[in-house]
Design a protein around this ligand. Sequence first.
Ligand code: NAP
Ligand code: MN
Length: 264
Amino acid sequence: MKFFVKSRGDDDSNLLTEKIRHYLLEFAMEESKESPEIVISVGGDGTLLEAFHQYTDRLDEIAFVGVHTGHLGFYADWQPDEVEKLVIHIAKTPFKVVEYPLLEVTIRHQGERLSDRYLALNECTVKSMEGSVVMDIEIKGDAFETFRGDGLCISTPSGSTAYNKALGGAILHPSLSSIQLAEMASINNRVYRTIGSPLVLPQHHTCFMKPKYADQFRVTVDHYNLYEDNIQSIQCRVADERVRFARFRPFPFWKRVKESFIAE
Ligand code: NAP
Ligand code: MN
């Protein structure tokens, strides 16, 4: 089996990365940055986000696993002192794969025929470069509201514990193929009205955001920043693609939530 180990780049992560590479090579596994079947990220959740984006065109062939060199992460859930065990699992046993839903973001520009398509593991956010975001929001083809405020966050279930959580969004179990739309400080008074609550949309319920004015926007896709002019629409929906994680032992999502946010 072909593997690749991605390090966050700090000394601790680099050292652990070398150790994992060494062990896996000793088990006669083949290292391949181009076409790995298992990708091990060493660092934090941010490192796994980077590894994910490195391989978005090969998601159906790759299983990801995360080792954390800092605090427990949502994607990085193996401890440094467990890597011997992890390596033996990878080399010796067929592993179970769990799949999580992803968010598809399609950005269309005025007067351009081709659109830009992105996949997010956590979320997409839309903010203005200056002043408020003013967007008409359509859900499943019907006008829903006109949003005015700081911005919008559309997250995946596994991303619901990240930015979305800070916005008061719900934590969604990743078995729910859905996306969540959360507001950032909407302006609500007698003139402007938004729903105020986060919305959870099932598969095939597309959310369209159309700017009212020709503003400049800062759009984020996970840890990436895009600076966008002339946006005609931003379309969000549950992607056809899914991300695959290698599971060697049960570590239920709610247990990860508890251990990350409440107590070990
Ligand atoms: P970062 O600034 O290091 O990330 C912020 C924190 O979010 C880090 O502690 C990161 O963990 C954690 N995180 C990432 N994905 C998570 C998930 N699915 N569930 C729970 N926590 C998660 O930047 P980054 O590492 O490149 O991560 C980018 C993410 O930061 C974005 O996708 C967004 O979700 C998040 N973010 C959050 C806020 C906010 O909460 N107000 C604002 C901006 C961005 P590690 O330390 O293990 O990397
Ligand atoms: Mn980080």
